[in-house]
Design a protein around this ligand. Structure first.
Ligand code: R5P
Length: 311
């Protein structure tokens, strides 16, 4: 792995260490600290001139995570890196991806502009909230699916009477692909309404769920209401067991209690976002996505296909 340099901001430090372990490369030394007033101060501590640089940083709140990423990209550019890939395991601000109400921003487009203007040459990310965000960039974007990580986990479970459930209409394609790859499992769909942001209301359930083991598939869990209220409606319809898998665990507010007290049997996420101990709960299982990211980084560096990872 000649001339590869992998560094990160603070939030993705642990994930970067694991990625480097997978690739058997030393993490590149970079200092991310604060000025007295709280402003971020960055310094890359080794020569990266002419190198293929990968900067790992998820951009979940607080916005300092995004700012660290932008400053690291700028530092790498000014240090004459040959190519800079922003590795963004969780792409924050992805949910406002279109103008669906008067006088709202398209936040995902603005964030894409910022990353590109800072000097990134490519983006590697994972389970974008919507595929069209790739088009907000004018640089190559590789959007990985966490599916292989979940498949390894579910591969050990009995498939008998399992149905994959999309928690809303927008997630149907994701759930359908998941069901197909898990061996053509049946699909069900929750018709969800959002009366206001961060609220979720179940209107209808489409598909057979009675006496079945259900696997709700989503890209992220924030307040937990989508999957907790969805699970309650599924249980009321006679579901046998309910599993949830989502790539990104944000777990805002009292989501921990909501999920713990819900009829959900198990919540399975990946470590695209670090989960502090106060947000963890008994039903939660965190899968390690570092080997998938490491393999994608290796393939970008060696300029070989990434899509082959998902056949
Ligand atoms: C919605 O489109 C997303 O895929 C998630 O279902 C949603 O953002 C989860 O949010 P919460 O956990 O707050 O219901």
């Amino acid at each position: 792995m000649d001339k590869i340099k992998i560094l990160s901001g603070t939030t993705s430090w642990e994930l970067k260490e694991k990625i480097c372990e997978n690739l058997a490369v030393e993490p590149t030394k970079a200092e991310v600290s604060r000025f007295a007033d709280g402003e971020i101060r960055i310094q890359i501590k080794e020569n990266i001139r002419g190198c293929d640089v990968f900067i790992v940083q998820s951009t979940h709140p607080p916005s300092d995570n995004l700012m660290e990423l932008l400053l690291l990209i700028d530092a790498a550019l000014r240090a004459s890196a040959k190519r800079i890939t922003a590795v963004i395991p969780y792409f924050g601000y992805g949910r406002q991806d279109r103008k669906d109400a008067p006088r709202v921003p398209i936040s995902a487009k603005l964030v894409a502009n910022l990353i590109q203007c800072a000097g990134a040459h490519r983006v590697l990310t994972c389970d974008l909230h919507s595929d069209q965000i790739q088009g907000f960039f004018d640089i190559p974007v590789d959007n990985l699916y966490a599916f292989p990580v979940f498949r390894d986990y579910f591969g050990t479970l009995p498939r008998d009477k399992f149905t994959v459930v999309s928690p809303d209409v927008g997630g149907t394609n994701r759930a359908r692909a998941f069901a197909k790859r898990l061996g053509n499992l049946p699909l069900a769909l929750i018709d969800k309404r959002r009366p206001s942001p961060n609220m979720a209301e179940v209107m209808n359930i489409i598909g057979e769920v009675e006496k079945r083991n259900l696997l709700i598939v989503d890209d992220l869990i924030d307040t937990g209401k989508t999957v907790a209220y969805g699970a309650k409606a599924l249980k009321d319809k006679g579901a046998k067991s309910i599993w949830v898998c989502a790539t990104h665990g944000l777990f805002s507010g009292n989501s921990k209690d909501l999920l713990e007290e819900s009829p959900i049997d198990k919540v399975i996420i990946t470590n695209t976002i670090p989960i502090p101990s106060h947000k963890k709960f008994k039903k939660l299982e965190i899968l390690d996505i570092s080997s998938l990211l490491a393999e994608a980084i290796k393939r970008i560096h060696e300029e070989v296909s990434i899509s082959e990872l998902f056949v």
